[in-house]
Ligand binder design. Structure first.
Ligand SMILES: Nc1ncnc2c1ncn2[C@@H]1O[C@H](COP(=O)(O)OP(=O)(O)OP(=O)(O)O)[C@@H](O)[C@H]1O
Length: 299
C-alpha cells in the first residue's frame, strides 16, 4: 500500500521538555489515522513538524515517499489551529480569498461547500456561523486544492455533541471519497469510532501502534469471582499471564498478556489451585481498556 507519511525517530525538545521522543510510524494511503494521547503528549508538535511550521531536532519524515518538497505541500490539506476567516465576509467570499492564496480555480468553491454541507449558507457571514459550521468551513478551505491527505488537529475541540457528530460524519464522508485522514485527539471515543489505525502517545513517547480492530482483539479480559476473593487475588497475581487485576464491585477484571480462554483459566484455578469460581465471564477488551492501562502504566 502507498505510503502517505512516514516518520522516523522524530525528536523535539522545548528547552528541557522532551515534547517528542524518538517517534516513528507510517500512515498508509486510504487510512483514517489517529494520534491519540492526553493533553501535552506531543500530538500538535508532531503535526507542526510534518507540516513544516516547527523545526525538529532529530529524525526524518517523508510525504508520499519523498523528503518534504515545496511541490508536495499542495497534496496536503491541514487545519492546525483555529482558522482565520474574515468575520464580516460570507463563507463564499472567504473561500475566494483561500482560492487566491492557494492559486486554484474558483470552481472548487462550490465543490467544497457542498461536501461540508454549507452550500445553502454560502451567502451568510462567517460571524453568524456556529462553531461547528466554522470548523466545517475550515475543512472546506483545507479541501480546496483537492489534497490527497487531510490533517486535522483536535477537530472537535469545543464543539457540542451535535457538532461532534457532524464533524465525525464529515470526516468519514471525506475518507470515503478517497482522501487519507490524519487526526489527533485526546478523546479515545472519537478515535475508536472513526479511525482505522491508531498510535497512542504519552509524554512524547509512542506507547502503542496498530489497527484499531486488532488492538481491540489483541488481548483478553476475564471477569471472575470466588467465595474466597483474597485467595483468588493471590493466585491471579502470581499467574504468569496476568497483566492487570482491577477490582470491580465483588468481582475482579483480569487482563492477560495474551488471549486466554475461560476454559483454560477455569481449569488452572480449579485443578491446580483448588479455587472454584462463582463467576466467570469473558470480556471483549476495548481500545479504552488498553488506552487507560497504557496511560497509567507509563506514569
Ligand atoms: N512553544 C512551546 N514552548 C515550550 N513548551 C511547549 C511548547 N509547545 C508545546 N510545549 C510542550 O511540549 C509538550 C507537548 O505539547 P503538544 O502541544 O505537542 O501536545 P499535545 O498532545 O498536542 O497536547 P494538547 O492537546 O494540549 O495541545 C507539552 O509538555 C507542552 O507543554
Amino acid at each position: 500500500m502507498d505510503s502517505i507519511l512516514k516518520i522516523e525517530n522524530l525528536q523535539k525538545k522545548y528547552k528541557h521538555i522532551q515534547a517528542v521522543a524518538d517517534v516513528s510510524f507510517e500512515v498508509k494511503k486510504g487510512s483514517i489515522f489517529g494520534l491519540l494521547g492526553p493533553n501535552g503528549s506531543g500530538k500538535t508538535t508532531i503535526l507542526g513538524i510534518v507540516l513544516n511550521v516547527l523545526n525538529r531536532d532529530h529524525g526524518n519524515y517523508y510525504w508520499f515517499g519523498e523528503a518534504p518538497l515545496k511541490g508536495n505541500r499542495g497534496r496536503i490539506g491541514a487545519i492546525l489551529e483555529h482558522p482565520n476567516f474574515y468575520p464580516y465576509l460570507s463563507a463564499e467570499k472567504n473561500l475566494e480569498v483561500v482560492v487566491g492564496i492557494k492559486q486554484v480555480s474558483k470552481d472548487n468553491i462550490e465543490r467544497v461547500l457542498r461536501i461540508v454541507e454549507l452550500f445553502d449558507r454560502r451567502k451568510d457571514k462567517f460571524s453568524t456561523f456556529s462553531l461547528g459550521m466554522k470548523q466545517r468551513l475550515a475543512i472546506a478551505a483545507a479541501l480546496i486544492s483537492k489534497p490527497e491527505v487531510l490533517v486535522l488537529d483536535e477537530p472537535t475541540n469545543g464543539l457540542d455533541p451535535q457538532g461532534i457528530v457532524e464533524i465525525r460524519e464529515l470526516i468519514l464522508k471525506i475518507a470515503s471519497m478517497g482522501t487519507t485522514i490524519i487526526i489527533s485527539s485526546h478523546l479515545l471515543d472519537e478515535i475508536e469510532k472513526i479511525c482505522t489505525d491508531v498510535v497512542i502517545l504519552k509524554n512524547g513517547r509512542l506507547l502503542l501502534a496498530g489497527k484499531v480492530g486488532e488492538i481491540n482483539k489483541k488481548s483478553s479480559v476475564i471477569e471472575v469471582a470466588a467465595d474466597d476473593m483474597g485467595k483468588l487475588y493471590d493466585v491471579l497475581e502470581n499467574y504468569q499471564y496476568t497483566r492487570l487485576i482491577e477490582a470491580d464491585n465483588d468481582k475482579f477484571l483480569v487482563s492477560f498478556t495474551h488471549p486466554i480462554s475461560c476454559g483454560v483459566l477455569n481449569n488452572f484455578l480449579l485443578t491446580e489451585r483448588k479455587i472454584s469460581l462463582t463467576h466467570l465471564v469473558q470480556k471483549r477488551e476495548t481500545l479504552e481498556n488498553r488506552f487507560m492501562e497504557l496511560i497509567s502504566e507509563s506514569k
